[in-house]
Design a protein around this ligand. Structure first.
Ligand code: LMR
Length: 394
C-alpha cells in the first residue's frame, strides 16, 4: 500500500545539517540549525543540567508513568518562568510536550478542534516548521508582512495593516522574542500596538517563545508574552526548554492555555490531556524533571542563570564583532543591523543563489533564506565570513 505515498520535501534546516556533516573541508563553518555552540564548536551540557541529572540518578526510584500532561511541578515552574505574575496561575492550563515543536503542534490541533475554520496568521517569514505543520493539519494560513529586507528590521506598519484584517475566529502567531529566522524584533511600544490590534479584532494570540534568555535576558525576553497574556481574554503559549537549558534531544517543552477566568481552566486542561493521549500519551519526563529541579533549587537556578547569561552575552559579542568587521571591510554601516538583532539568528538578506555560492566557494552553511546562526561563529571564523560576504558583493 505504501507505494501510493508521495516523497516529502526534506526539511530545509535539517537537511543542511546533513550536508554540512558530509562536507570534508576543515575550514567549513556551520551557521545552519539553531543549536548553541561554544567557541570550540561544542554544544555543551549546561553545568546545572549535569548536576541535576546526577542528583536525579541518585534519587529517582521509579520510571513509571507520570501523568498525561506531565509533572504538575514542571507546569508550575514553567508558567512562573514564562508568565511571571502576569495572569492568575489558576487560569493557565498547561501540558508538557515533546519539545517546543510538540507544543506548537498541540496548539494548532487545539485551535482546529475548537474551530475548524480558524485561520492562523503567521509572520512572513516565520520558522518553516510553523508553515509545514499548519499546512499538514489542513488549517488555512495567512502570512502577515514582517521583515523589511532593505533595512533588515521589522516592517511594522505593514505588519499592523495585515494583522488588522484578522477576525475573532483567527489566531495570530507571534514570536515572543528572538524572531526566527530574522532576528528582528518588536519594541515594547510596538508590542503595545499589536496588543491593541488583538483587542480590536478579537483574534486569539498564540505566542511561540523558544529562545527566552537568548535576547535581552530571561525577564526582558518574556515581557512581551506577559503583556499579551495579561491584555487578552485567551491566549496560547508554546515554550521550549531546548535552547535555554540546552536539553535539545530530551524534547522538553510546554503548551500553556490562558483562559479569561478559572471557569474555562478545567475544560482547557482536559483538552490538553486528551490531545497528548491521542498523539503520544505521556510526554517525555527526563528533561522536564531536570528543568524543574533547576528552577526550584536556588543554587542550581543561580548557576543556570549565570551560564545562560554568559551564553547570551557571548552571542551579543559575536554580533558586535561581525558587524564591526563588516563595517571595516565595507566602509559602510549597512551591516549594523547585525548588532541590533537579538537571539540566535540574523537574516543576512541575500538571495538563495548567494547563499549557495557561500556554501560552494567557502564552505559557509546558512539556511537558504540567508538565516545565520550567530552562535556558529567564533573569533577565528568572523573575519572569514565577513571577507566572504564582502567578496561576494552582498
Ligand atoms: C531551528 O530553527 O534551527 C531550530 O528551531 C531547530 C529546528 O527544529 O528547526
Amino acid at each position: 500500500m505504501f507505494e501510493t505515498l508521495k516523497a516529502q520535501a526534506p526539511d530545509k534546516i535539517l537537511s543542511l545539517m546533513a550536508q554540512y556533516k558530509e562536507d570534508p573541508r576543515s575550514t567549513k563553518i556551520d551557521l545552519g540549525v539553531g543549536v548553541y555552540k561554544d567557541a570550540s564548536g561544542l554544544t555543551p551540557v549546561m553545568r546545572a543540567v549535569k548536576s541535576a541529572e546526577h542528583a536525579l540518578w541518585e534519587a529517582q526510584d521509579s520510571k513509571s508513568y507520570v501523568g498525561l500532561t506531565g509533572d504538575p511541578a514542571f507546569s508550575d515552574a514553567m508558567v512562573k518562568l514564562v508568565l511571571g505574575d502576569a495572569v492568575p496561575r489558576n487560569t493557565v492550563a498547561a501540558a508538557a510536550t515533546p519539545g517546543g515543536t510538540g507544543a506548537v503542534r498541540q496548539a494548532f490541533e487545539m485551535i482546529r478542534m475548537a474551530n475548524p475554520k480558524a485561520r492562523v496568521f503567521v509572520s512572513d517569514p516565520t520558522w518553516p516548521n510553523h508553515v509545514s505543520i499548519v499546512q499538514y493539519l489542513g488549517i488555512e494560513m495567512v502570512p502577515y508582512r514582517y521583515f523589511d529586507s532593505e533595512t533588515r528590521s521589522v516592517s511594522f506598519d505593514a505588519m499592523i495593516a495585515d494583522l488588522k484584517t484578522a477576525t475573532k475566529n483567527d489566531v495570530i502567531l507571534l514570536h515572543g522574542c528572538c524572531h526566527n529566522p530574522t532576528g528582528a524584533n518588536l519594541t515594547m511600544d510596538q508590542w503595545a500596538e499589536v496588543i491593541k490590534v488583538l483587542q480590536e479584532t478579537g483574534a486569539t494570540p498564540m505566542v511561540d517563545i523558544a529562545y527566552q534568555g537568548f535576547g535581552d535576558g530571561l525577564d526582558a525576553d518574556a515581557e512581551a508574552t506577559r503583556a499579551v497574556a495579561a491584555a487578552v481574554p485567551e491566549c496560547l503559549i508554546a515554550a521550549s526548554c531546548s535552547k535555554n537549558f540546552g536539553v535539545y534531544r530530551e524534547r522538553t517543552g510546554i503548551l500553556m492555555v490562558v483562559a479569561a477566568d478559572t471557569g474555562a481552566f478545567a475544560l482547557n486542561q482536559g483538552t490538553l490531556a486528551f490531545l497528548n493521549r491521542q498523539n503520544f500519551s505521556f510526554p517525555p519526563d527526563h528533561g522536564a524533571r531536570v528543568v524543574t529541579m533547576i528552577l526550584t533549587d536556588d543554587a542550581l537556578r543561580a548557576d543556570w542563570q549565570a551560564e545562560l547569561e554568559d551564553v547570551r552575552l557571548g552571542m551579543l559579542e559575536l554580533r558586535k564583532q561581525l558587524a564591526g568587521e563588516l563595517k571595516r571591510l565595507s566602509n559602510s554601516d549597512r551591516f549594523d543591523f547585525l548588532a541590533e538583532h537579538r537571539g540566535m539568528f540574523s537574516r543576512l538578506g541575500t538571495t538563495p543563489e548567494m547563499v549557495e555560492k557561500l556554501r560552494v566557494d567557502h564552505g559557509i552553511y546558512m539556511v537558504g533564506d540567508s538565516r545565520m546562526n550567530i552562535a556558529g561563529l567564533n573569533a577565528n571564523t568572523i573575519p572569514v565570513l565577513a571577507r566572504a560576504i564582502i567578496d561576494a558583493g552582498i
